[in-house]
Design a protein around this ligand. Sequence first.
Ligand SMILES: [Zn+2]
Length: 293
Amino acid sequence: MTVVTFNDNARVGGNTAKRRGGTVAAIGGGTVGLGAIVVLLIQAFTGADLSGLVGGGAPASPQTGGEQIASCETGQDANRDDACRLAAASLNIDQFWAERLDGYREPQLIIVDRATSSSCGTASNSTGPFYCPPDEAVFVDPTFFSILRDQFDTTAGPLAQLYVLAHEYGHHVQNLTGVMQQYPNNGTGPDSNGVRTELQADCYAGAWVAAAGEQVDENGTPYLQPPTAQQITDALSAAAAVGDDHIQAESGGVVNPESFTHGSSEQRTRWFDVGYDTGVNACDTFSVPGQNL
Ligand SMILES: [Zn+2]
């Protein structure tokens, strides 16, 4: 696995990511056992609402605040530590979108430490990364990637981790542009609004990966060295690993396209490629006829 690399001397201390967390019980959620972890993984990747099974509903008052990510000043720190890598990448992704979207405002990036609560429910490594529209916040527990590696046979290397992060920032862009409101959840299926929303977020992530080496710090130093072909293959394998059909098959289930909420592995890698090859303006997944989606 080749490591996507921040330039050692890039300045990343200006990131606004927060580490937030505690035990699930401490934040008023139910207890999350192994069986529940598997259920939540299927939920995370198939979108089926199983929250009743694990008591992950939205708490009365979501946790707030959090600590700055410690010892996260340079690209060297980001190359060494998963939480710092995500925090440093947020600077890069925010700059990417600020250059492409009028009125872009940054979401809050929350690095989850064990578990934390949000207006969208509990965030932990068993829920997987998600974007919570009412909080305008992206929640990521870095330990989730080892679960992805173990459970879904993908390398989940650093660029794959940043692809997942850029996907969640894609949802933030959809919230800012009104796409989320314009195409509300209309059930499941290979050409449902939910799948179109997810594939657009994959396309946005592909567009960011293609330009990842272009964003610079306050000294003009590029944050990242341009990803190599091997690293991009790694990110694509992560996109394929989280296709609904792959997850349903891996979980011993029958592949049922009518239950899709994120898209098949083929759809997810293809829209990643559309964004990678052509940029954000090619990511209109809502006007594409279903058979071409
Ligand atoms: Zn998504």
